[in-house]
Design a protein around this ligand. Structure first.
Ligand code: UDP
Ligand code: MG
Length: 311
């Protein structure tokens, strides 16, 4: 069997040599299969492109795709999966946070037909700021309440998949990609491997808090329309409250003939603020979805490649 290992790389010149050595060890260990290593350079600003081209010139199992600019990890993974020819395909980070040493046992599991996908999750979030872990946990709680598929907390993109699964993922060629959701959505039998988080071997993380926050919104909006429904509920509640209030004053004035209401300034203000707020919120939610529709209908490519190794 041919096994493809896909590695998205953004400013990873320091980490890549370690990873390459580790991948070569894997290749030596698993002798009954062929390998190809696919490096996707996601518009790095350092010498990543030169490093992977050098690998390719010295090792025929190394292939590469070079982007014209930074398109993000999701696009890089998509490009890698598109290029991969393997019967089994794995995705892994360049920084060794996804231990390559797990690959041989992952391959065995698939050979024993234990599952179609061997996925991994971190059981700890060590080496990560506390506040970030807290928001990450909260994100998984919220999203799992809203979407119909189960998105596992701590799931990594590191996974080994059968060809069938890869083709299914490539079929979902939407532009705003949220892989954790896409992986869950395509289904198939999944076996989870757990491992302890390790620090990256060199360089630093490419995810700022803000980038992660935007990613979280992407995840929710691309996998559920629940927020739209929430806006509808809120509209209903507000309208009903307004109506009840109206009836209340009507009865007071017409039937009970109580005229003590001083010009209803405070209540008026409350209502205006409440209704105004709800309208703005609903508009915001609508805007998220319309914006996304806009991006999808433009049908732009997910990435643009500047260069690619020969097959
Ligand atoms: N990455 C990428 N494009 C980006 C950001 C990251 O291809 O715009 C790659 C990066 O090179 C690494 C992987 O995605 O191989 C995970 O990134 P990182 O280690 O910075 O994320 P973390 O492990 O901190 O979540
Ligand atoms: Mg990392």
């Amino acid at each position: 069997m041919l096994i493809s290992l896909v590695v998205p790389c953004y400013n990873e010149e320091e980490a890549l040599p370690y990873l390459y050595n580790a991948l070569c060890d894997v290749r030596k260990e698993v002798t009954n299969h062929e390998f190809e290593f696919i490096f996707v350079n996601d518009g790095s600003r350092d010498k990543t492109a030169d490093v992977i081209k050098k690998f390719a010139s010295e090792d025929k199992d190394c292939k590469y795709v070079i982007f014209s600019r930074n398109f993000g990890k999701e696009a890089a993974m998509y490009a890698g999966l598109t290029k991969a020819k393997g019967d089994l395909v794995a995705i892994m980070d360049a920084d060794m946070q996804d231990p390559p040493s797990l690959i041989p046992s992952m391959i065995k599991s698939i050979e024993n037909d234990e599952a179609d996908i061997i996925a991994t999750r971190r059981v700890t979030r060590e080496g990560e700021p506390k506040i970030r872990s807290f928001f990450a946990r909260m994100f998984y709680k919220i999203i799992n309440k809203m979407v119909e598929v189960e998105i596992a907390d701590g799931a990594r993109d590191f996974r080994l998949m059968k060809r069938q699964v890869v083709d299914a993922i490539l079929d979902l060629n939407e532009r705003q990609r949220f892989s954790k959701g896409i992986f869950a959505w395509v289904g198939f039998r999944t076996k989870w491997l757990e491992f302890v988080n390790t620090e990256r071997v060199a360089g630093e993380t490419k995810w700022s808090f803000w980038k992660l926050f935007k990613y979280a919104i992407d995840g929710i909006v691309s996998f559920t329309t629940a927020p739209l429904r929430f806006a509808t509920y809120l509209g209903f509640t507000t309208a009903f409250a307004g109506f009840a209030y109206l009836v209340y004053y009507f009865i007071r004035a017409i039937i009970l003939r109580i005229y003590d209401v001083v010009p209803g300034y405070p209540s008026l203000l409350c209502f205006i603020l409440f209704i105004g707020g709800s309208i703005l919120m609903s508009l915001g939610v609508l805007g998220e979805y319309i914006g996304r529709t806009f991006v999808e209908v433009k049908r732009r490519p997910i990435y643009i490649k500047a260069e690619e190794s020969e097959d």
